[in-house]
Design a protein around this ligand. Structure first.
Ligand SMILES: *Cc1c(COP(=O)(O)O)cnc(C)c1O
Length: 396
């Protein structure tokens, strides 16, 4: 098929739930992607914060291939070693106690919500518990995850969604407190809001929420699907604040492209019992081997050190850009998750960068998002700016 054929047949056969860019990606190497015609792109999207280790890491690929030849799937009626290993490494890295593997981020959120409802049911034997979520949050597209996603546009056609969800303002402890009732069973939030526009939480907010939850016997759920797995320079974003949740969700970078997510619970929140929850594929040997190898490679490749160093460099460069161009309203971010908010839509900037060999994405219509592979170097940042800046100059 030619590039044109793939795009045309893509529109013919794939449900049009995405307005796709006119690119057919074919293969990747390191921090570069190549389209079907061999054109190279520097990738600051990483499959939406997924490809932490970059493309075609030989050790990662080898681990996945070896597991394919051994055993891909066996169901959760049995134990399998790769998943147990991956779970142990996740527990050690997070300070949480138990892991349930899912196939996506949205499913990890579903599990976290069920954990909270089950916990509250055990607590007082009642139904009708409430969950507090944040405005401008994003937790996924399944009905439960959509119910706690603070975005009217995403929710509207699918209402009423699940009952008992109340929304509060991010980084506003009083706003959260005003939504607490005796029925509240959980507060869910991203320590760094991703899709909503790259808004890091303040330490005060997370510390305040932890205290509130402890006082009222409410579970604190941190969605670390985008901001976790090293992206902020700590293994999990909440560790930067010294605040641990009762339930944590992880996905995106966990499998470095192999579809795997997880929710992690502390002892108190290990409320789901045999028969309460399940997944046919969840935590099969293939994804177990992938996640396990990812966690090893974070150590051997010193990923966190690289994120801290290159992240600081990227942050400084973006701050400089923000000071230089009037259309840039604000720079926000930490580690290797950054946003540049513009006073105009950023779609044209993204398309023009693409033509010149740079892949960037947005977070909302006015925000450029930078979520590159975690193995990028300062030179890659310079290469990115060498494409982005002329585009900004021309469009300013
Ligand atoms: C991407 C994302 C999700 C949803 O993950 P899927 O794998 O797309 O279901 C949930 N929460 C956050 C913070 C995300 O960034």
């Amino acid at each position: 098929m030619t590039t044109q054929d793939v795009m045309e047949q893509g529109e013919q056969y794939l449900l049009h739930t995405y307005n796709r860019y006119p690119l057919v990606l074919d293969h990747g190497q390191g921090v570069h992607l190549y389209d079907k015609d061999g054109k190279e792109y520097l990738d600051f999207c990483a499959g939406i914060a997924v490809f932490a280790l970059g493309y075609n890491n030989p050790e990662f690929n080898q681990a996945v291939k070896a597991q394919v030849d051994k055993l891909i799937h066996c169901s959760n009626y049995f134990y399998n070693e790769p998943a147990v290993e991956a779970a142990r490494k996740l527990v050690e890295a997070s300070g949480m106690k138990k892991v349930f593997f899912t196939n996506s981020g949205g499913e990890a959120i579903e599990g976290a919500l069920k954990t909270a409802l089950r916990y509250a049911y055990d607590r007082d034997g009642a139904n009708g518990h409430e969950i507090i979520a944040m405005r401008h949050s994003f937790h996924g597209r399944s009905l439960g995850a959509l119910s706690v996603t603070g975005n009217d546009h995403y929710q509207e056609p699918f209402r009423p969604l699940i009952a008992g969800i109340r929304f509060a303002d991010f980084n506003d402890l009083e706003s959260v407190k005003s939504q607490v009732t005796e029925k509240t069973c959980a507060i869910i939030l991203e320590p760094v809001q991703g899709e909503g526009g790259i808004y890091p939480a303040t330490g005060e907010f997370l510390t305040g929420l932890r205290k509130l939850c402890d006082e009222k016997d409410i579970l604190l759920i941190f969605d670390e699907i985008q901001c976790g797995m090293g992206r902020t320079g700590a293994m999990f974003a909440c560790q930067r604040y010294g605040v641990l949740p009762d339930v944590m969700t992880v996905a995106k970078a966990l499998g470095n492209g192999v579809p795997v997510g997880a929710f992690l619970c502390n002892e108190k929140a290990s409320s789901l019992k045999a028969g309460d929850h399940g997944s046919t594929y969840g935590g099969n040997p293939l994804v177990g081997a992938a996640a396990s190898k990812v966690l090893d490679l974070y150590q051997s490749l010193h990923i966190l050190d690289n994120v801290k160093q290159v992240g600081a460099y990227l942050g400084q460069k973006l701050e400089e850009l923000a000071g230089k161009y009037e259309k840039i309203v604000e720079h926000r971010g930490v580690g290797l998750i950054h946003g540049l908010e513009f006073s105009v839509p950023v779609g044209d900037i993204i398309l023009e960068c693409q033509k010149r060999g740079l892949i960037l994405i947005n977070a909302g219509s006015h925000i450029l998002r930078f979520v590159p592979p975690l193995v990028i170097t300062e030179k890659d940042v310079d290469d990115m700016l060498a494409i982005l800046e002329p585009v900004l100059q021309e469009q300013a």
